[in-house]
Design a protein around this ligand. Structure first.
Ligand SMILES: NC(=O)c1ccc[n+]([C@@H]2O[C@H](COP(=O)([O-])OP(=O)(O)OC[C@H]3O[C@@H](n4cnc5c(N)ncnc54)[C@H](OP(=O)(O)O)[C@@H]3O)[C@@H](O)[C@H]2O)c1
Length: 344
C-alpha cells in the first residue's frame, strides 16, 4: 500500500462533520479504494473552544501553513475567506476539494487554473453529475440540461400543492431544517442558478456568469395556482434549464414551470434532485437522487478525495480552467415558450 494521503479539513459543520465521521468509520474501505490510507491531519473551525474532533482543531491559517498536507478540503461555504483559503492551498501545490457552489460558479475558472480543484459536491450533492459531464460524456455534444436542483423549494412546492400557503410551507421547511433562517438563496433561485451555471460551463464549454441567468423564484406563487394545476394534471416545479444551439447561442433560466403529471420530473419528490442531460450521441440520460443533506454531500466530497488520492485527473477542474480567458457567454432566457428542453 502507498504512503498515507494527508488531508486538512476546513469546516466541521453539517457536511464536514459527516465527512470526518466517514473517514473514521470507513477508514479500511476508503484505504482499499484509494490504494492508501487517508489521514485527517488537522481540522479548522471558527469556534474551537471545548470541542472534540477526530484531528487537532486549528485555525484555517494555521492549517494552510502545515507543510505535510497533500490536500485541503474546504467545507465552510461562502465567498470569503473561502476564496482566499482555496487560492492559498492551490498556490502551495495542494489538491483542493470543495462543495462550495457559490464560489465555483463565481470564480471556478480562475481558481481551477491554479491547480487541481475538485467540486463534485457543489451540484446536486450525491448525484455524480460534475465528473460525468466533464469526463464520461466529454466526447459527446450536449445540447440541453434540465434539472430540479434545489430540494428546499421542491419540498415547499410539494406542500403548497397539498394546500399549504407559501408562508406556512416555508416555516415548516425551516422547522425541518430544510430551509435556512434567511431562505433567499433558495426561494429566489440564486442557489439553482449557481448550480446551473456550473453544469452549463461543463456541458457547453462556455464561460457562464451566474448573474446572467434569469431567475424567477417561488415567492410569488399562490397555493390556489398549484391546486388548480394539480386539478388539470400538472405539478409546478422550479426548473433550471439550459440549451445551446449551433454550439453558440445559449438560452437558460430558472423558473417555476408546469410539468405534466406523468413526466419523470413530476415524480421528483421532497429534497430529491434530478438532472436530464440531452446529448447528441448518448441520447437523454436522467440522474436522480438526494440533492442535499450532510451524508449525501459528504459522499460526493469523499468521491473527489479518493480520486485525488489515486492521482486521477481533476477533469471538471481542468475543463473550467480552459474557460478562464473566455468572455462570459451571452445568455437569453428560455422563457415560457414551448417546447422547452428534454425530459420534462
Ligand atoms: N448542508 C448541505 O446539505 C450541503 C449540500 C451540498 C453542499 N453544501 C455546501 O457545503 C459547504 C458547507 O455547508 P454546511 O452545511 O456543512 O455548513 P455549516 O454547517 O454552516 O458549517 C460550516 C463550518 O465552517 C466553519 N467555519 C466557518 N467560518 C470559518 C473560518 N473562518 N475558518 C474555519 N472554519 C470556519 C464552521 O465552524 P464552527 O463549527 O466553529 O461554526 C463550521 O464548522 C457549503 O459550501 C454548502 O453550500 C452543503
Amino acid at each position: 500500500m502507498r504512503a498515507p494521503y494527508r488531508v486538512g479539513l476546513i469546516g466541521l459543520g453539517n457536511v464536514g462533520g459527516a465527512l470526518a465521521r466517514r473517514l473514521v468509520d470507513d477508514a479500511d474501505r476508503i484505504a482499499d479504494t484509494s490504494g492508501r490510507p487517508i489521514v485527517l491531519e488537522a481540522i479548522a473551525v471558527a469556534h474551537r473552544d471545548g470541542r472534540s474532533a477526530p484531528a487537532p482543531l486549528v485555525s484555517a491559517e494555521a492549517l494552510l501553513k502545515r507543510p505535510n498536507l497533500d490536500a485541503v478540503i474546504e467545507l465552510m461555504g461562502g465567498l470569503e475567506p473561502a476564496h482566499t483559503y482555496i487560492y492559498t492551498a492551490l498556490q502551495s501545490g495542494r489538491q483542493v476539494i470543495t462543495a462550495n457552489k457559490q464560489l465555483i460558479a463565481a470564480s471556478g475558472p480562475e481558481l481551477c487554473r491554479l491547480g487541481p480543484l475538485r467540486f463534485e459536491a457543489s451540484v446536486a450533492s450525491a448525484i455524480p453529475i460534475v465528473e460525468t459531464l466533464a469526463e464520461t460524456m466529454a466526447s459527446d455534444r450536449i445540447t440541453s440540461l434540465v434539472g430540479i436542483l434545489n430540494g428546499t423549494t421542491n419540498s415547499i412546492l410539494e406542500a403548497m400543492a397539498q394546500g399549504a400557503s407559501y408562508a406556512d410551507a416555508l416555516v415548516d421547511a425551516q422547522r425541518r431544517g430544510l430551509a435556512e433562517a434567511d431562505p433567499s438563496a433558495d426561494v429566489d433561485a440564486h442557489d439553482p442558478a449557481a448550480k446551473l451555471a456550473i453544469l452549463a460551463m461543463l456541458a457547453f464549454r462556455r464561460r457562464i456568469e451566474p448573474s446572467q441567468i434569469e431567475r424567477v423564484g417561488i415567492g410569488g406563487l399562490d397555493q390556489t395556482e398549484l391546486l388548480g394545476a394539480r386539478q388539470r394534471g400538472f405539478v409546478v416545479k422550479l426548473i433550471a434549464a439550459a440549451t445551446v444551439s449551433n454550439g453558440v447561442s445559449i438560452e437558460a433560466d430558472v423558473r417555476p414551470r408546469l410539468i405534466p403529471n406523468d413526466a419523470p420530473m413530476a415524480r421528483v419528490a421532497g429534497a430529491m434532485n434530478a438532472i436530464a442531460v440531452e446529448a447528441a450521441h448518448a441520447g437523454t440520460l436522467t440522474l436522480q437522487g438526494p440533492g442535499a443533506g450532510p451524508d449525501a454531500a459528504a459522499s460526493a466530497v469523499l468521491a473527489d478525495l479518493v480520486r485525488a488520492a489515486r492521482d486521477m485527473p481533476a477533469s471538471a477542474g481542468a475543463l473550467l480552467a480552459s474557460l478562464a480567458d473566455q468572455p462570459a457567454a451571452r445568455i437569453t432566457p428560455l422563457g415560457l415558450r414551448t417546447p422547452y428542453p428534454a425530459a420534462t
